[in-house]
Design a protein around this ligand. Sequence first.
Ligand SMILES: [Zn+2]
Length: 117
Amino acid sequence: MPSIQAFRQKVINRGYYLSAHAEEEMWADALERTDVERAILNGRMNCEFCSGETASKKVRKHHWLRGKLYVVENVDAEVCGECGERYYHARTLDAIDKLLQGDHEVKESLEVEVVSL
Ligand SMILES: [Zn+2]
């Protein structure tokens, strides 16, 4: 079964973005999802869910790494102007992993409640 790392490398090599949705699904089933790969076309892209146009923004991202949840600020994303879906470049996701795995400054620690309906 391909690792998320290997999948991301493949995505990086092709210059693709991953949707936030796809990231979550990958964590859920750890399967290779070529159907969620999206090419960048002339620096612009359209949302895979609603076809709306995306814009480059800095966002605050919830990021899971090795069973631990992080909140990462100042993350580059393409954000759909219609539905708000976020797309992250595989290179960006890789950079976040590298940052978290090395020595890094912690701005703040939060307590997170996990609840169920
Ligand atoms: Zn959209």
